[in-house]
Structures are given as structure tokens and as C-alpha cells.
Design a protein around this ligand. Sequence first.
Ligand code: SF4
Length: 455
Amino acid sequence: MINTSVFQNKKAAYFTLGCKLNFSETSTFGKMLADLGVRIAGEGDVADICLVNTCSVTEVADHKCRQAIHRLVRNNPGAFVIVTGCYAQLESESVSKIEGVDLVLGSDEKANLIQFLSDAWTAKESAAELNEGGKVESLHEYHSVKTKMIKSFAPSCSRGNRTRYFLKVQDGCDYYCTYCTIPYARGNSRNPTIASLVAQAEEAAREGGKEIVLTGVNIGDFGKTTGEGFLDLCKALDKVEGIERYRISSMEPDLLSDELIDFCSQSSAFMPHFHIPLQSGSDEVLKLMHRRYDKTLFAHKIELIKQKMPDAFIGVDVMVGCRGETPECFEECYEFLDDVDVTQLHVFPYSERPGTAALRIPYVVNDAEKKVRSKRLLDLSEQKRIEFYARYIGTEQEVLFEKAARGKAMHGFTSNYVRVELPAKLAKEEYDNQILRVRMGEFNRDKSALQVELL
Ligand code: SF4
């Protein structure tokens, strides 16, 4: 039983690190706490509850998590501090020992966050009553089952304060790429039913949502739990009234089926926008990474997308400097990316992760070289994105506008993910979350968007 009265009018501070999935989950935790009467702590408020949703994708991410916990503890003396997410799963015991931490929940336990919080809150209050002078000690409690036992699925469909909804359709991963810790942190691939996801999309539509981003860890693997397929999910979501735009957050090249590409080209709601983690344009490196495709398959997918949707925006993840990436392998990767018709590269320098198979590969790239390689790919990315944007100058497009601070320019995206800017003098609050027709003008000052006027 949860005693909700103890949470009435309490204030909570949230801090999230990492991917869209984490942001979406934090926002769901926020919603659940709001249902118990917990408000968001405003600027200058001392929070009663602090929640940190952590990431462990790199060493830097781990460090940032610890820093965030220390900062929240320092700024919110006496607050009940909960830590969850990937770093909390991988390092639950050591995270629980950090000064001020009350409760650490691993990837399986976070689905029952409210129950754990309620129990631990009561325990902390009782301990404080027994202590002389009511001195409040941190609980330093942690709950996390072994990776193989992670079975629960914490549903999440949240807008947070963004215009777009993020609908979590899948969690975990069975791929075990050699450089990645995610399968250890999030467990095996699992998913809810199509019917439950359609119900969440319908709810988002009722709340006025127009665009939903489908998120997950390896969403092309959707169906492991229910025997359904990702394409079936897309077909079902396509029929939800009110949702005018869907985007697929990321899809492994080997799981991006030709049928799915064909479906997106026919659907008016699934946008011509793809995000594909390539990781390397060298077959030798792809093999070392245990990726399940080669560059020929990747090139075929890009060709098919462009043949069916010439305007499609294609974002690509690339990892540089991983073990085994010799200068020759990197040059091969660079040339491949230069040739292939993609729009933007998301470049990540490789980071050593304890316990991963990649550590057994002897060839190591030093940090200075990783920086040089990252810079070359980032320059290539910028050149490709600018060429892509320039094609749309002078055209008419439909843009979903996003909330902006009063007196500031508004931003939004076309169906094929070109970022646009409506100058402050033309911006109006009522354009927020509206799909409006615009004429695309020249680049804005920093070339991050095209300036537009409304038609
Ligand atoms: S597909 Fe590979 S890189 Fe992606 S989450 Fe799974 S193991 Fe990690």
C-alpha cells in the first residue's frame, strides 16, 4: 500500500543523463510523482525528492552521473535522493554509498519506483523519529537484480516540456556488440503489446500531441516478447487518429527491412526521416565490433530509401577510434561516408568500458588521434547537412513548431527533419505545436536552420 498523503505538496528535482529513452522515462517518473501530489521544484527551491536517471555509455557519462548526484545532494540538504538508470544498474552498490543517496534502483526495479520510494520514505522517516534530535541519515539502500533477471518493462510515453512525444516501444538488447555495455545495463530485448502502445498513442492524441518519436534500445528487435513485428506496430500506429507524424528514433541496418522502408514511403504519418547506427564504414572494424551487417548491406538500405523517398533525411551514428580501427580502416570509413547519400553524422569517440569484449582487441587508438578523426567526420557531416538544407531554400514545406521563450525566435522541423527558424518578430505563442505551411528562406546566422515565413 502506498501512503500518498506523505507526498502531497512535496517538491522534486529531476536530472537526466544520456539518451532519449532516459529522458522519456524520467518524464514518466515525473508524471507518476505528480499524480501523488509532488510538484516540480522551481529555481531557488530546495527539493524534498531528487531523482537522477543515469547513463553509462562512456567513462565521461559515469563521471557526470557522480557529479550530478553530489551537486543535487549539496543543493538540496535533507532531500530523499533516488538514483536509477544504466549506471545505477551496473554500479548499484558503489552508487548507493555516495554521501546523501537513499535509494538506488536497477533496470528491473525502476518499473516499481513508486512502491520502492514509498517503502524507503517510510523507513527513513521512522529512523529519523528514533534518532536523537530527529537527525536524518541517508538510507544508502540499493536494489538491482542480475542482468539475466531483468524482465520488467517500464512503460513510458511522455512529452516532458517538448512538443514531441516519446513513446517507448522496446527495452534491452540481445546483440552484445563488443564495445557496448547496454545489454548488461538494460537486460535482454523485451516489449509490450501493440495494443497497449496504440492505447498510449491514442492518449497522446487526446492530450493534443501531433508527433510521436518511437524510442527503445534496439527497436527493430520489437516483438521478442509478444511474437509481433515492428512493421505490424507501425501499421497499427499509422491508424491512430490525431497523430500526424511518427519518427523512428534509431534502427539497426540489418533490422531496417525493405518492407519497412516501403511502408514508410507509402504512409503519410511515418516521416521520411531515418536514423541508422552504422558505427563504422570499414568491414574489418564492423566484424571486430560484432555488428551484424557489412557496408554493402548499409549502402543498399540507403539506396532503397533514396529511391523511394528522395527527400529523406538520413542521420548516421559513427564511432571513431575504437580498438582495431587502424589508419587504413578509418580512411576506408571516411571514403565510404563521403560517397554514401546520407545527411548527417553523429560522431562518438570510442570509450573503453569495463567488462566489454572489445578490451581484448590489442590495437588501441590514442585520444589525440580520436580527436583528429572525430573532427574530420564532423566537418564532413556539416558539409553534407548544409548541402541537404540548401536544396530546400525557396520551397514550401509543412513545419511543426515548438514552444519558444517569449520574444525569441521559434523553431520547428519539416517532415524530412530540416530545422527551421521563424524570426522572433513573426513568432506567436499560438503557433506552438501547430503544423503550419511555410516558405523556406536562407540559412540563419549559425547555419543551424533555414529562416522561414508563414504562408
Ligand atoms: S545493438 Fe549493439 S550497440 Fe546497440 S545497444 Fe545493442 S549491443 Fe549496444
